[in-house]
Design a binder for this molecule. Structure first.
Ligand code: GLA
Length: 628
């Protein structure tokens, strides 16, 4: 009951708080956690070995990372996932390494992973480790039969951060000199009294504060607080911010919205698996979250399965598709296969220079959906040099036809567009207006495209989502996102209720779409380009030096739920109000907004609601929002 009240309190902003967070500040509010201007790249033990991990296996893959040129390609972080610990020593709280698996850690009474990180660093690589924000880890709940679980009393087996944050962070980043930490959340979700491993007395109960699939019973603010403490501890040990913090909460507790303020990257979905449908599900959980990522902050659909199962050496089409999808959405690229065993063809896919370059593009924009139906998707990612990367994805098991248009690319339909195949690293011809493609089952094509922008001068804000920070999303009540397909991996049997994933964040702002995934439209007039948001939102937009004007055609969207309350639209520049409409309501024609941007570095787009609307949130459209 207490938890429920807490959760409700967290969901209902008081009107004073609401007015405060709507107020433009004139300064970019995102503060990076750690440092990773482009998506993190590396290798992690989990998808390859689960808890069946040894130091030798990690070193073998690290060896291949170097010898195969993968390190050169950018894969530098070698990450130990779950399974490395023996116990927490109870007299001083110090964590002990399972030296049977990590022999170099047997350094006397104080086992230490420093010899391991020294070795990794000497190879020119970086080292990563894994822990849990709660008392216990995921393996203790889900790999109960493993011989590699922590041993001893309750307290000795409580190897997670809870109660030991400062001590453990000092150990990992100070003494042991790691560069990267993944912090899981099973300690908050999987130790309820009804769990067999708790009921049997094996683990101490922790009343779950994260309930997968149940946002209303999850403690969003409490979880944020724990990660805030972690951030503070990291700052103490690494004041230069030179680390990567990977938040692993599987898309629960609305982390898809706040992950960017507490981590360098944050998982948007439950665990990936080596089956095609689960991979697609994970992709879907990031595909609509383009405004939540950017340089230094990355949506994470989970580690790669390339080399495994549906993505192994016998399934190179699927392996390329997986890689192409992660590239276009600027996802972290963490290899998850035993590199000492994979075929050269798999290494070549992981290394593909022009594909990796799309992922690592310095502008850090996530690809935006330009077209989507159940079977086919087209995503377009703006690159730093003005070119576009475009991915055509056939989700189905049958061949599929695609028409790629200049409009998808936001390019002039009368001027030739030059395509280059990112896989073949070869010219792929040119087209004017549109071009047809036929894709094989599960195939994704990936090109870069050069042409003339459809705007004579300038660009649409929706093309550069990495320059946007969602300072306030306008969401009043957390709702599950219904557009994420429920592709369920078979980690549950069919004789129970199953574990249904659910992701909050429904209603967050979107590029070229309403927040509820409809086409943008105001009083019957539709917009293929623009931003959809909810009222009482504030979006920060970084604009390049020399920008002259912001223009947009704004109004209450036809798909709005609330139809009676009025909304005014305001454009702010560096903390000054530059332009505004008067109050507008549903079914009124679009208004033109023009703001002079000379000398302005930061634009803030505010949609302010006047009065309550019992029917629901007001959906607003910034049609053709552009910078000239
Ligand atoms: C969770 C995480 C995985 C992995 C395992 C380890 O399931 O989501 O990525 O780290 O825990 O037990």
């Amino acid at each position: 009951m207490k938890l429920l009240t807490l959760a409700l309190a967290a969901l209902t902003l008081t009107s004073a708080q609401a007015q405060q967070s709507l107020k433009p500040t004139g300064r970019w509010e995102h503060q990076p956690v750690g440092t990773s201007p482009t998506p993190p790249m590396g290798w992690s033990s989990w998808n390859a070995f689960r808890v069946d991990i040894t130091e030798q296996k990690v070193l073998d893959s690290a060896g291949v990372i170097v010898s195969s040129g993968l390190a050169q390609a950018g894969y530098r972080s070698i990450n130990i996932d779950d399974g490395w610990w023996l116990k927490r020593r109870t007299d001083d709280g110090r964590l002990q390494v399972r030296t049977g698996l990590f022999p170099s850690a047997a350094t006397g009474r104080n086992s230490s992973l420093r010899p391991f990180t020294d070795r990794i660093h000497a190879m020119g690589l970086k080292a990563g480790l894994y822990t849990d924000i709660g008392r216990n880890a995921c393996s203790q709940a889900y790999d109960a039969d493993s011989p590699n679980l922590p041993e001893g009393t309750h307290a000795e087996r409580e190897v997670g951060l809870m109660g030991f944050v400062e001590q453990d962070i000092a150990l990992f980043f100070g003494e042991w000199n790691f560069d990267y930490l993944k912090v899981d959340g099973c300690g908050l979700s999987s130790y309820g009294r009804d769990r067999p491993h708790v009921a049997s007395g094996q683990y101490r109960e922790y009343k779950p504060t994260i309930l997968e699939g149940n946002i209303n019973q999850s403690d969003v603010e409490g979880t944020k607080k724990l990660y805030a403490g972690l951030k503070q501890a990291l700052h103490k040990v690494r004041p230069a911010n030179d680390y990567v913090l990977s938040v692993c909460l599987w898309g629960t507790v609305n982390v898809r919205a706040w992950g960017q303020d507490y981590g360098t990257m944050w998982r948007t979905s439950r665990d990936i698996a080596k089956g095609f449908s689960q991979m697609v599900h994970n992709f879907d959980t990031v595909a609509t979250r383009e405004f939540y990522a950017g340089p230094g902050r990355w949506n994470d659909p989970d580690m790669l399965e390339i080399g495994n199962g549906d993505f192994d050496g016998n399934h190179l089409t699927e392996a390329r598709t997986h890689m192409g999808l992660w590239a276009i959405v600027a996802a972290p690229l963490m290899i998850g296969t035993d590199l000492s065993k994979v075929s050269p063809a798999i290494i070549d896919i992981l290394k593909a220079p022009e594909v990796v370059a799309i992922n690592q593009d310095p502008a850090g924009h996530q690809g935006v959906l330009a077209y989507a139906d159940s079977d086919r998707q087209i995503l377009v990612k703006t690159l730093a040099d003005g070119r576009k990367a475009v991915l055509l994805f056939n989700r189905t098991g049958a061949p599929a036809r695609f028409t790629l248009t200049a409009e998808h690319l936001k390019m002039d339909a009368t001027v030739p567009i030059v395509l280059r195949d990112a896989w073949a690293r070869a010219d792929a011809g040119r087209f004017t207006g549109s071009r047809e493609f036929e894709l094989q089952p599960r195939e994704a094509l990936l090109f870069t495209a050069s042409g003339k922008h459809m705007l004579p001068r300038g660009y649409f804000v929706s093309e550069r989502p990495g320059s946007v920070y969602v300072a306030r999303d306008g969401i009043r009540a957390l709702e599950q996102d219904p557009v994420v397909y429920r592709a369920l991996a078979s980690w549950s049997t069919t004789d129970n209720g199953g574990t249904r994933p659910a992701y909050a964040g429904w209603g967050g702002p979107r590029a070229d779409s309403t927040p509820y995934d409809q086409a943008l439209s105001v009083k019957g007039q539709s917009f293929r380009h623009g931003i959809g948001s909810l009222a009482d939102s504030r979006l920060q937009v970084q604009v390049p030096a020399g920008s002259q004007r912001f223009t947009a055609r704004v109004g209450v969207d036809d798909s709005t739920r609330g139809k009676s309350a009025e909304v005014s639209f305001e454009v702010w520049g560096d903390g000054r109000r530059l332009a505004a409409t008067g109050p507008i309501r549903f079914d009124e024609p679009v208004r033109e907004l023009v703001a002079d941007l000379r000398g302005v570095a930061l634009v803030e787009l505010v949609a302010r609601q006047h009065g309550a609307d019992a029917a629901g949130p007001i959906v607003v459209t910034w049609g053709e929002a552009r910078i000239e």
